[in-house]
Design a protein around this ligand. Structure first.
Ligand code: ASP
Ligand code: MG
Length: 412
């Protein structure tokens, strides 16, 4: 009966292949073989992003007529890379004897908001995907792209195909969402900074959220948020070499009781200090509300103890937002008096993340002692339940990561 067929194919597994994984026809052949092997475990549903370099090439083309190209046409253009790779993967599968169908965002009803280049997924038509499977085809779905209720093409921001994959996994209640990439998993820190960084077999999703938010670039942060919200089991693994990758678990892993799970660092940070602010109620909102109204995310915030009615107020933003923050502060702050605005672009952030922090004391002092012994001056500190973020001079950032990684014995 129809119900039985549906039950049998209900067990799906989403396989997402990013840019380098589909970067050449050889890589696409390798991907076809991975898909074939995965079909032993469950029914594969594939999501692809554009071949490496293609999205950048399309963006450059769009910008060759002047800055700020028409937003609708920009998205219509940059979304085309995903159509190319979806069809190529389907062609490669046919050549090894598997039936496959490429499906665009329009074909799977991937409805998004109308914010071009930053569109958010609202809904998708999973029945089209199930029907494709029932008809005997492996669905190969274009990541990154969506359509508005008017049928216009949108895109979801760089790295958006991760979010497409997790959204489809959530909607189809897939067994797992495998994100194939060019690294073999999530590491304790960036192995280019610390060569003995260790691959993690698993990581808790809250830790993954914090690490992604603090500069770890393995998955788009929106995809991690989606996985957290809809309880999707995600795995990150390599399409270049065999291996079990890193599972992103919804629950804490009782087996590994490391206090710190990972360390992330971010360059390109700018510190704004308003020196000599009159210390009256409402200064924090007076300074930061216009910044957040401009859609700019503020990270570490510190207000000093005031001396004779005046204080210093300091916060960090990504350097990409530096100019906008400066003009917002100069033009939009109402009723805030200050002596001087100091802008420091030579800073970076290092963050220690671990759910084990909840139950262990003394993490912060271990970190601070290690940095002091290495002669690294701490400029700002912010903490949450499972994260400590430290702002330091950017030229000491890599050294700080190495020092902390060693201090908490995270290496192999
Ligand atoms: N091709 C798009 C990009 O380069 C989407 C993705 O790779 O996930 O951002
Ligand atoms: Mg990507």
């Amino acid at each position: 009966s129809e119900m039985c067929i549906r039950d049998r194919i209900m067990e799906t597994i989403i396989l997402k292949f990013g840019c380098t994984s589909v970067g050449s026809t050889d890589r696409i052949s390798a991907v076809a073989n991975i898909i074939k092997a995965a079909s032993d475990e469950a029914t594969p549903v594939v999501v692809v992003s554009a071949m490496s370099g293609e999205t950048n090439r399309l963006i450059d083309l769009a910008n060759s007529f002047g800055s700020e190209p028409n937003k609708r046409e920009f998205d219509a253009l940059v979304s085309t890379g995903e159509k190319v790779s979806a069809s190529l993967v389907a062609i490669a599968l046919h050549q090894i004897g598997l039936k496959a169908k490429s499906l665009s965002a329009a074909q799977v009803g991937m409805k998004t908001t109308a914010n071009f280049s930053r569109a958010k997924i609202l809904d998708l038509d999973k029945e089209v995907i199930f029907k494709t499977i029932e008809d005997g085809y492996i669905p190969i779905i274009t990541g990154f792209q969506g359509i508005t209720s008017d049928g216009d093409t949108t895109t979801m921001g760089r790295g958006g195909s991760d979010t497409t994959a997790v959204a489809i996994a959530a909607s189809m209640q897939a067994k797992r969402c495998d994100i194939y990439t060019d690294v073999d998993g999530i590491y304790t820190t960036d192995p280019r900074i610390v060569p003995n960084a260790k691959k993690l077999d698993s990581i808790n999703i809250e830790e993954m959220l914090e690490l992604s938010g603090q500069g770890a670039k393995v998955m788009q942060i929106r995809a991690v948020e989606f996985a957290n919200k809809y309880k999707v089991l995600v795995r990150v693994l390599s399409s270049f070499e065999p291996g079990s990758g890193t599972l992103i678990l919804q629950e804490e892993n009782a087996m590994e009781d490391a206090v710190i799970t990972g360390i992330a660092s971010q360059k390109d940070q700018t510190k704004f200090t308003l020196h000599g602010v009159g210390d009256t109620p409402g200064i924090a909102s007076g300074i930061l509300s216009p910044v957040s109204d401009a859609g700019i995310e503020v990270d570490v915030i510190v207000q000093n103890v005031s001396v004779s009615g005046k204080t210093d107020f300091t916060f960090t933003v990504g350097t990409a937002d530096r100019d906008e923050v400066e003009s917002v502060l100069k033009e939009k702050m109402q009723g805030i008096s200050y002596d001087e605005l100091i802008i420091n672009e030579a800073i970076g952030k290092v963050s220690l993340v671990g759910v084990g922090m909840r139950s262990h004391a003394g993490i912060a002092s271990t970190a601070f002692n290690a940095l002091a012994d290495a002669g690294i001056n701490i400029q700002m500190i912010s903490t949450s339940e499972i994260k400590i973020t430290i702002v330091i001079a950017v030229d000491q950032l890599d050294q700080a990561v190495k020092t902390l990684h060693a201090a908490f014995n995270l290496g192999d």
